[in-house]
Structures are given as structure tokens and as C-alpha cells.
Design a binder for this molecule. Sequence first.
Ligand code: NAD
Length: 432
Amino acid sequence: MATPTKETSLETTNSMLATTLALFDSTFERLQLDEGIASIMRQTEVEMTVTIPIIADDGRILTFKGYRVQHSSARGPSKGGIRYHPDVDIDEVRALAMLMTLKCAAVNIPFGGAKGGICVNPAELSMHELERLTRRFAKMIAPILGGKRDIPAPDMNTNEQTMAWFMDEISSIQGYYSPEITTGKPVILGGSEGRTEATGRGVAIATVELLRKLGREPQGARVAVQGYGNVGYYAANILADEYGCKVIAVSDVSDALYNPKGLDLAAINQHVAHSPGRLLKGFTGNAEHITNAELLTLDTDVLIPAAIENQITGKNAGQIRAQIIVEGANGPTTYEADLILRDRGIHVVPDILANAGGVIVSYFEWVQDLQFYFWDIDEVRRQLYKKMSRSFEEAWAMAQERKVDLRSAVYMLAVQRVADAIQKRGYVSSGR
Ligand code: NAD
């Protein structure tokens, strides 16, 4: 039997959706946006809910709920990941699609926002079952996808293999090889060089840009990183190796390591590469073992939360000693904490700008796929630097001009870009 779906209206109390709508509303107010345009942006453009049947390895029929939501196509094809998780529901997908619209607009890439997901625990399925689930889902939502319409990418519990199956399925429906239909694919199937490191590299660039705006060079700046996964690992190593920062703390779900004189990242990387689950646990090198909570309040210049959401809260925001927070993770700071940090004059580069390096390189992947011409890693890094640093500069200028914090500035920039596109396209003009 199919899992029941939690269908609700956009005005629900679901926390992520409610928080996202509250952020939209405060930005609309600041920008004194036309009410009609605001009402378009408060809603999603297209929503598709499907029940996906598959044959399990033991011959049973299993069914799963799947969703694809396109929030906006005002600035270009909608873009966003597909996640496989038991908590996936329509409201979460709606909120994530809205945030994708803002993220793409914040870094001025020609995409709108979308998101998708299947309510499933992938750990309970075999590889063959996962492939059947992915292919069936791709086939069912194919009518609303397309390289110039809506382009999926990996997200929680999906990866380049998932995207390869997706691309293959849609290509077979279309009758020709269409790598531009998804991003985050293996390089051999039109994926981009540099995608794996892109989000961490973008976080590093945002950190350095902000340090420089505050009048200090990155050399020797102390950095603490929560979460030593994909984003945190690359952010820490790039800041240390390429910018001379002193990484004094890193953590993951298993441990937190601290050395005020600077950690030996080469030794830590060696340990992680050989540890089961790629964890910090069991590292015996020169570092003090602290807790994740202690890491967040260390005496450091820069704090990079790059693990999960809701880590900086009303409870610990008053104790944060970093002057700069760069949000590698999505939503690591609660609304309440944000107000406290703002009052305390702590500079925060918000997630939709700080971790946009991934979607920027996804955009580069799409551009390469459309041209069937592929860039080398140096070109990808050069273009990423250009996009990230320009986006940071625009956000900083907006913050100075409107005398607001960086988060408000980035939201204002992004919402204004989407609103301008809606207006200029004339969705709401008379006579249509
Ligand atoms: P990941 O799974 O590779 O790494 C997550 C890390 O956080 C791991 O080291 C894990 O052990 C650690 N962690 C998990 N729970 C923790 C806890 N309670 N306390 C401390 N550490 C904990 O994931 P990732 O791809 O690096 O993503 C990290 C964050 O960045 C997520 O919020 C994700 O949505 C966001 N993000 C990732 C990308 C990307 O391209 N990977 C892009 C944009 C945003």
C-alpha cells in the first residue's frame, strides 16, 4: 500500500516552509514589492506528486510517494536536487524549491528553483531496487523535466549514479543522448570537473572575500570548521593550502579536534582516508578532543558550520566568539540566533550565497553539456572564483548601501532579481 502523503496548503505551520515564507515576507516588505508580484513568489509554479510502484527483489510490489516542485522559472529553467529520505514531504520540497530560486538569483545564474524527492529510506533497498525506483520516478516526472525546463541534481542520499540513471532514462524517452537533463553526473557522462570540491571552494572564497572587506588578509586567520564531510573538508583544506589560514578545529559526527596553534590537516586527512566511515574518531595526532558544542564557541576568527541545520541557536549565539560565520551548511543558524548575531555585530555570510559554489558549477556543467565542449579543472576554478567573488561583492555593496546585514542584503538582491524578471516578462500585464 502507498505511504499516505502529508498534503497541505502553502500556509501550513511546517517549520521550514513557514521560516522560508517569513524570510520572503520580510524581504518583500524591505523592498516595498508590489503585492501581486509577492503573491506570485509566495507560491510554487508547478507541483507534481506521483505514486511510484516498483517490483522488489523478492517479487513484492512496493509503492513510494515522489514529488517534483518547480517554484519559479522566471529567470530560466528551474534547477534543484532530488533527495531520498523518509522525512520527505510536499511542504519540505516546496520550501527547498523556493530557496533554490533565491540561491540561483543570489549568484545570478540563469535558473529558477525546483526540488524533488522520494519518501523512502534508501538503506532498506538493494542497488537494483534503487535503480528501478529512480528510473520509474524519472519516467513519471519526465513530462515536466527538460534541459531547458527543469534540471535535477543530486541531494541527500542521491549521487552521481542516481543522476546517470536519470539521464539515461530521459535520454531513452527522448530518443537521443541528453546530458543537459541533469547535473552532478559522472565526468564520463558529461559531468563537470571540479564539481566535488565546488561547494567547499565557494565557502573558502566567500571567507577570504569577507576577511579582506574587514581589512585583514587570510594568512594566519584562525578557522574552525564544524562538519568534515564534502563541504567542510574542501573548505578547510583550500583555506589552509591556498590562502594560508590556520585551521584550529574540525569536527564530524564522531569527534571534534582542536589545536590553537593549527591542526596538522595532512595527518588528519590521512587518518580519515583510512578510517571506516571516513571519520575523525580514533585520531591520535597532536590535537585536543573537544565537543561539537565547544567548537562552536571557540576563540577563533572564522567559524564555518558545514554539517547540518540548526547548530547556532538562541542558546549558544551569545557565546560565539568568531567575528565571521560562513554558512557552509544549509540553515545552520536559527532565526532567533541570527538576530542575536546581528546585534552583536558578527558578520554572517548566509547559506544561499556561501554554499552556492555547488550550484554554480552545476550551471557550468549544464553549459558544457549544451555545447558538448568540456573545460579543464583550471577553467572551472577560474570561472567559479569569478562568479563567487562578484556575487559576494554585489551582496556587500547592497549591505552598505541599504545599511543592512549580509543575509538581508543577499535576500534583497535575490528577490529583486526574480521580481524584475517576472515584471519584464509581463506575466501580469493586461491583454494576455
Ligand atoms: P556530508 O554528509 O559529506 O558531510 C556532513 C558532515 O557533517 C560529516 O562530516 C558528518 O559527520 C558531520 N555531521 C553530521 N551531523 C553532525 C553533528 N550533529 N555534529 C557535527 N558534525 C556532524 O555532507 P555535505 O555534502 O558536506 O553537506 C553538509 C551541509 O552542506 C549540508 O547542510 C548540505 O545540505 C549543505 N550543502 C552541501 C552541498 C554540496 O555540494 N555537498 C551544497 C550546498 C549545501
